[in-house]
Design a protein around this ligand. Structure first.
Ligand SMILES: Cc1ncc(COP(=O)(O)O)c(C=O)c1O
Length: 346
């Protein structure tokens, strides 16, 4: 177990529910959600549908299940899905996209974003039966492995319009849409508007112990509800989780700006080290992904040395390290973590 005094920057999923969130969970009104009778889950789903400007929404246990369910309902086995390079569905879901939805993912663009031209070039022609049909386009906003970058909304609108024109469905993996909203100044509804289906997560910046949601048309959400059941993700007295999500939405959304400031500060501290390759402009939200220059220690060594000094960061590749700011780390702790990393990288 990690020492409680460690400064844990491995992920924004490591947050523990605050006493106030736990009180809201304890007080939650509950019922059997599979009968549609959990009032707190119903309230959360209505709230999410409203926030994202979609007719309906459902709660799911995890962001991975939300992505997998979305892929299943928006495609058929053998289809092709256009995704950003190093997207979560391709890299962090254990091959689920192939195993569950039976789709092949085609990565396009660079550093989490892509252009209409790249989409156009990647859509397989429908003219010959040898080609897999390209039926879905997915955008991840913010993009995890690219350092939490925000996909520019003008480009999102153009890309989704092109996708629609070419008969592709559109899906937004918005696990950190809250961060994209705070960073861009656009509402979650504006960011979600171009898409047929949208996933959001409660267990990251919002600090809830679990849960995600999918939003879309009534038809899509009905199909997603069936798939969720197939995956074993339909819950019973789920209001305890839904209450945490509602609490996080109410109390932990605006404060994400603080996480973004802390990440910027840490990036500034690290970017000054010759051993670090980091584009300051890539740090737009709460994630810092930096590369270790040739001649510097490798990621596993740095992670181990930092851990011995009470700072937890993650190795994202042999020479790539990720640090994430969140609710459970203060500005002073981030400063301290930055000082430790700088010393190790000197
Ligand atoms: C962009 C993105 N999508 C989906 C997920 C999956 O969420 P979960 O860990 O709840 O399965 C994550 C998790 O970090 C993520 O970063």
């Amino acid at each position: 177990m990690n020492s409680p005094s460690a400064i844990d920057l491995r992920s924004d999923t490591v947050t523990r529910p605050t006493p106030e969130m736990r009180a809201a969970m304890a007080a939650a009104e509950v019922g059997d959600d599979q009968y549609g009778e959990d009032p707190t889950t119903n309230l959360l789903q209505a709230r999410i549908a409203g926030l994202l400007g979609k007719p309906a929404a459902i709660w799911l246990p995890s962001g991975t299940m939300a992505n997998q369910v979305a892929l299943c309902v928006l495609t058929r086995p053998g289809d092709e899905v256009l995704v950003s390079r190093e997207c979560h569905a391709g890299w962090h879901e254990s091959g689920g996209s192939a195993a569950n939805a039976g789709v092949q993912l085609v990565e396009i663009g660079a550093r989490g974003v892509f252009s209409t031209e790249e989409v156009e070039a990647a859509i397989k022609p429908r003219s010959l039966p040898v080609f897999p049909p390209t039926t879905l386009l997915e955008i991840e906003n913010t993009h995890n492995r690219s350092g939490g970058i925000v996909f520019p909304q003008d480009a999102v609108k153009r890309i989704c319009a092109l996708a629609r024109e070419r008969g592709l469905a559109t899906f937004l993996d918005g696990a950190r849409l809250w961060n994209a909203s705070v960073a861009s100044g656009l509402s979650e509804g504006e960011l979600a508007a171009p898409f047929d289906m949208v996933a959001v997560a409660f267990s990251k910046g919002l600090g809830a112990p679990g849960g995600s949601a999918l939003a879309g048309s009534h038809e899509l959400i009905a199909a997603a509800t069936r798939k969720r059941r197939m995956f074993g993700g339909a819950m019973r007295q789920n209001g305890i989780f839904a209450a945490a999500a509602l609490y996080g939405l109410e109390h932990h959304r605006a404060r994400l700006a603080e996480d973004h400031r802390n990440a910027k500060h840490l990036a500034e501290m690290l970017a000054g080290c010759p051993a670090v390759k980091l584009d300051r402009n890539s740090v737009q939200t709460n994630i810092i992904v930096f590369h270790l220059a040739p001649g510097a220690v490798d990621a596993a060594t740095l992670v181990a040395q930092a851990k011995a000094r009470g700072v937890l960061v993650g190795a994202f590749g042999p020479r790539i390290v990720r640090a994430v700011t969140h609710l459970d780390v203060t500005a002073a702790q981030v400063e301290q973590a930055g000082a430790v990393l700088r010393e190790l990288l000197r």
